[in-house]
Design a protein around this ligand. Structure first.
Ligand code: PMP
Length: 287
C-alpha cells in the first residue's frame, strides 16, 4: 500500500510521513479525530463531521487549525490523490508536540496542533455482507471516562471491548452503565419494539453520532416513532429488532445480544428499511 497522506500541510507518501515522539496525541491521547465516509468518491455528512470536530476541539481548548473550506479541500485532495471510490477519510488533530513531556498544556502560541489525515479503502460499505447477515454483540461494563461526547483518540477501552467480543465469538460489544446500554464500541445502539425506535438520549455518556442524527431525522420523516431514552439490557433482549449506526457501517442490524436471538435472529424489516433510506438519502446529499 502506498497511500498519499496529509501531515501538517504536506501531502506525502505514507512511508515518509512523520510525527514527533513528543506529540501529545502519542504521549497522552490529547487529540481528537473524525471519520468521514466516502461513497462514489463523495463525502457523506461532511458538514456534520466538521461541526463535531469543532466542538470536540473547543471542549479541549485546542484551536481549530483550519477553516472549513481548507478541511474540505484536504478531504477532496486525499480522495483524488488516492483514487478513493469507497472507504473513508480519517483525520486527527492533536494539541501538538511541545519540547518536553508535561501534564501542563503547552502555550498554544508556541505549540501548534498536529494535523494528520489519511484515506482507507473499503469496497464493502454499501454492499456489505455483514449487513445482510447482521452482527452479534455481547454486553460489557462501560469503563470509559465521563466525556464520551468528545471524540478523543483515547480508544483503548473500546478496542479492548471489541477484542472481548471477538474472543467470545461475537462481532462487537455494547457497553452498559447502571444496567442501561450506553453505546457500541464504535457506534450508537438502538432497539425497536412495537415499531418504536429507542436509542439513548444525547449527553456526556455517549458520542453524538453524526449517523445517529441523520438516521433519526430520516426515521421521523418516514413516520417511524422515535424515543430518545435509555434502555436496559433486559429490554434489548426482548426487542423485535436491534441495530447500530456509525459513519462506516451506516445502519447495521444486530441479530444476537449475549447469545439471545433478537426477533427472528435475522436483520429486522424496519432496520433494513432504515439502512436503505440512510444510504439513499445520504449518498444523494454527499459532496
Ligand atoms: N459512538 C462511538 C463510541 C463511536 O466511536 C462512533 C464512531 N466513531 C459512534 C458512536 C458513531 O458516530 P458516527 O455516526 O458519527 O460515526
Amino acid at each position: 500500500m502506498n497511500r498519499v497522506v496529509y501531515v501538517n500541510g504536506d501531502y506525502l507518501p505514507e512511508t515518509e510521513a512523520k510525527v514527533s515522539i513528543f506529540d501529545r496525541g502519542f504521549l497522552m491521547a490529547d487529540g481528537v479525530y473524525e471519520v468521514t465516509t466516502v461513497v462514489d468518491g463523495k463525502l457523506i455528512d461532511f458538514d456534520g463531521h466538521l461541526a463535531r470536530l469543532s466542538r470536540s476541539l473547543g471542549e479541549l481548548g485546542i484551536e481549530n487549525p483550519m477553516e472549513k473550506a481548507q478541511w474540505l479541500d484536504m478531504h477532496r485532495e486525499l480522495v483524488a490523490r488516492n483514487q478513493l471510490v469507497q472507504g473513508m477519510i480519517y483525520l486527527q488533530v492533536t494539541r501538538g508536540a511541545p519540547d518536553d513531556r508535561d501534564f501542563i498544556f503547552p502555550d498554544p502560541e508556541k505549540t501548534k496542533p498536529t494535523v494528520v489525515s489519511f484515506s482507507q479503502s473499503n469496497p464493502h460499505l454499501v454492499d456489505s455482507p455483514k449487513a445482510r447477515k447482521g452482527i452479534k454483540v455481547v454486553t460489557i461494563d462501560d469503563l470509559r471516562w465521563g466525556r464520551r461526547d468528545i471524540k478523543t483518540v483515547q480508544l483503548l477501552y473500546p478496542s479492548m471491548g471489541k477484542m472481548m467480543a471477538i474472543k467470545s465469538g461475537a462481532d462487537d460489544a455494547w457497553m452498559v452503565q447502571d444496567g442501561f446500554v450506553t453505546e457500541g464500541t464504535s457506534n450508537n445502539a438502538y432497539i425497536i419494539t412495537d415499531g418504536k425506535i429507542v436509542t439513548r438520549a444525547l449527553s456526556n455518556d455517549i458520542l453524538h453520532g453524526i449517523t445517529r442524527s441523520a438516521v433519526l431525522r430520516f426515521a421521523r420523516e418516514a413516520q417511524m416513532p422515535v424515543e430518545e431514552r435509555s434502555f436496559s439490557v433486559e429490554e434489548a433482549l426482548s426487542a423485535d429488532e436491534a441495530f447500530v449506526t456509525s459513519a462506516s457501517t451506516f445502519v447495521m442490524p444486530v441479530v444476537q445480544i449475549d447469545g439471545t436471538m433478537i426477533g427472528a435472529g435475522t436483520p429486522g424489516p424496519l432496520t433494513q428499511r432504515l439502512r436503505e433510506i440512510y444510504i439513499e438519502e445520504s449518498c444523494k446529499a454527499a459532496i
